[in-house]
Design a protein around this ligand. Structure first.
Ligand SMILES: *Cc1c(COP(=O)(O)O)cnc(C)c1O
Length: 412
């Protein structure tokens, strides 16, 4: 599609109104009617994100010498992330643009580490549970690696013995999720750690959607199993600030057990006329605002603030669990954080999804098994009754023969 740029510009006030109007058909996240894509931690957090972002919007994380402010804020954000996730003294990390970026950079580090110790003779491979995020597929595509997705067990968790069987001398990484996105369940990281130690393998824990909620849910009293650097074999982790860290989008953390492991991630290029260029990740320019907003939100909420927000999430989850069970749904596994998925023995959940969509809800699905999926935010505690009433109506509509399917809406 081509479009000619306007010859003369228009007033900002006019453009602004047009942009607002264009959002009219978007998912109604401000009313709490989405449970995917957006994390709503309240107006006050949104204000901190926006103001802190604009304060450093023009500055560039590419230039730590020019902007020691950003370097300091990044170090402090990483330090807080490592502290929450039991990083040892020498642990280290970097802010990236998102979970996919963090995962790709961790895979790059693991590959270059394997090269440095000369263990791999054929095509390097990554052994992961079927439930792992497609970001690992992307990393394999980009770096010419082989992906080995191993079916999960009947508990929908990583099947450690099947993963063990899938490893060979060319395996460069084992993956566990804390939790997996589709099921919201934490893989058995300690057992994966034993496997990694036995085989001398790099274990990556993908805590993109759990890294900044699980520690606080544990502080609130839940019995969360060890999933982070507390497990000795964990070499790297991905944890997204722009998910349950409630930071502005474009911010994740990739974390390493040691500075030495992190060094395998770094690019150091000198063969061009512009001088030596050292970047921690693939990015050149890095938005200062994503870094400053992350620093501000973490310091604005503090441990008490996160504990309170995450309690709203888990409280909402518990109310919804009870409600959907009373409608005949079965919760997949034993979710402990902010994601739940539930299937139904009698009604087609995709038809229910369509009915919910017609009632203004934009949520998610899983395919194996077929289930409805929610990724909850603190704000959802306000709308659990509305959700459950609409779900009851939707199930009734499907039971009485209304099976219009509009699930394409989820993917378009
Ligand atoms: C969201 C997510 C990712 C990818 O993160 P993006 O920020 O969307 O790139 C990876 N893994 C898990 C488990 C996730 O939930």
């Amino acid at each position: 599609m081509l479009k000619e740029m306007p010859t003369t510009g228009r007033e900002w006030s006019v453009l602004k109104q047009e942009m607002i109007d264009r959002g009219n058909d978007d998912a109604k996240w401000r009313e709490g009617k989405t449970a995917v894509y957006v994390f709503n931690a309240g107006e006050d957090v949104a204000r901190v994100q926006k103001e802190a972002y604009t304060l450093y919007m023009s500055e560039n994380g590419l230039g730590p010498l020019a902007f020691p402010s950003l370097k300091q804020m990044e170090e402090e954000v990483i330090g807080m992330g490592l502290h929450l996730l039991h990083g040892p003294d020498d642990s280290s990390g970097t802010i990236t643009s998102g979970g996919t970026d963090s995962i790709n950079m961790a895979v790059k580090a693991a590959r270059d580490y394997a090269r440095s110790i000369n263990t791999v003779s054929g095509t390097p491979n990554i052994v992961m549970p079927f439930s792992a995020h497609p970001a690992f597929d992307k990393a394999c595509i980009m770096m010419g690696l082989e992906k080995r997705r191993i079916p999960v067990g009947s508990d929908l968790l990583a099947d450690v013995s099947a993963m063990s069987d899938a490893c060979d001398e060319n395996t460069i990484m084992l993956v566990g999720s804390a939790p997996s996105f589709p099921y919201g369940l934490i893989d058995p990281i300690e057992e994966l750690g034993k496997l990694a130690t036995d085989k001398g393998l790099w274990l990556h824990v993908d805590a993109c959607v759990g890294g900044y909620i699980a520690p606080f849910v544990r502080m609130n009293g839940a019995n969360i199993p060890p999933f982070d650097f507390e497990v000795e074999a964990v070499k790297s982790m991905s944890a997204d600030l722009h998910k349950y860290g409630y930071c502005a989008k474009g911010a994740s953390t990739v974390l390493f057990r040691s500075e030495q492991l992190k060094n395998h991630m770094i690019f150091d290029c000198d063969d061009w006329p512009g001088g030596r260029m050292v970047t921690p990740t693939l990015a050149g320019t890095r938005p200062g605002g994503a870094i400053s907003a992350a620093w501000a939100v973490m310091n604005y909420l503090g441990i008490d603030g996160y504990k309170a927000k995450q309690k709203m999430v888990t409280d909402a989850r518990i109310v919804i669990e009870r409600g959907v069970e009373s409608l005949g749904f079965r919760i997949l596994g034993n979710p402990q954080l902010g994601i739940i998925a539930y299937s139904h023995a009698e009604v087609d959940v995709y038809a229910v999804y369509s009915q919910m969509y017609l009632r203004g809800w934009f949520t998610s699905l899983t395919t194996e098994p077929k289930a409805l999926h929610l990724m909850l935010s603190p704000f959802h505690i306000e709308v659990t009754d509305t959700y459950l009433n609409d779900l009851k109506d939707s199930v009734e509509a499907v039971r009485s023969g209304n099976t219009d399917s509009i699930t394409e809406a989820r993917y378009s």
